[in-house]
Design a binder for this molecule. Structure first.
Ligand code: F6R
Length: 239
């Protein structure tokens, strides 16, 4: 794993945005795996600024998001469709027809998982995948478990994840119990992976992810096996 240590959140966001911009520069129709949550919002702001300055165009970029909550319609303010529009897609020159996010409101969720994987396969592999980590080591919504998942699936959210993410919902009860997530295998098949980590509250888990045993109990630890991972972490994210 290549490590870039930065002083703070803004520097992390800028470093990640620069890498994404260079990726699009070298391949304008790049397939980019996007993540959500609090970690990448600064990166999306920076990409929005780069786009406004004419330094990057998303016209031919194909985004594939990692995950979506089950049961939330796309116009729900807590859905990741809403998040992506609000934080990035509505502010850049992207073609909405090129954007892909699992449909958490699909009637047949299993069929939705298969549809998403078929779409991913049609595009070949993801050129650049952005990921964050949960405090329990999840990537996407692949929670600690006995095996590493492979393809897109329905994941039961752990108590830890529900407790952390409930802050964004009007009440803990409104927080979904399930999500659709790309599998660990899908993530590992990306050509290049950028892991962004911000803050002291992620220090214990980052240490396990980078230096601990590779185990599905710490799903992100599998990134140690990928040959092109760049970790961009703030200096307080180390023990
Ligand atoms: C979000 C996702 C999650 C988050 C992780 C960190 O699409 O897949 O794995 O990356 O939960 O979330 P934040 O950035 O809010 O700490």
């Amino acid at each position: 794993m290549k490590l870039i240590t930065v002083k703070d959140y803004d520097a992390m966001s800028e470093a990640a945005a620069e890498i994404i911009m260079r990726q699009i520069d070298s391949k304008p129709n790049s397939v980019i795996g996007f993540s959500t949550g609090s970690t990448p919002t600064g990166t999306y702001k920076q990409l929005t600024a780069f786009c406004a300055q004419g330094r990057v165009s998303f016209k031919n970029v194909v985004p594939f998001n990692l995950d979506e909550y089950v049961g939330l319609a796309p116009d729900d303010p807590n859905s990741y469709v809403y998040y992506m529009k609000e934080n990035l897609f509505d502010h850049i020159d992207i073609d909405p027809a090129n954007t892909h996010i699992p449909n958490g409101a699909a009637e047949d969720l299993e069929a939705e998982c298969r549809r998403y994987d078929a779409l991913l396969e049609r595009y070949g592999s993801i050129d650049l995948q952005l990921v964050g980590i949960g405090q329990n080591g999840h990537i996407g919504f692949n929670e600690p478990s006995d095996t590493f998942s492979d393809k897109t699936q329905i994941a039961k959210l752990s108590e830890n994840t529900r407790a952390v993410n409930a802050a964004h919902f009007r009440s803990a009860d409104a927080m979904p119990q399930f999500a659709i997530t790309m599998g660990v295998g899908d993530i590992m098949r990306a050509k290049r992976i950028i892991l962004m980590v911000n803050g002291a509250h992620k220090a214990q888990i980052l240490d396990k992810v980078m230096h601990g045993e590779i185990t599905p109990q710490v799903p992100a630890s599998i990134l140690q096996r990928h040959d092109d991972v760049t970790v961009i972490a703030t200096q307080d994210a180390f023990i």
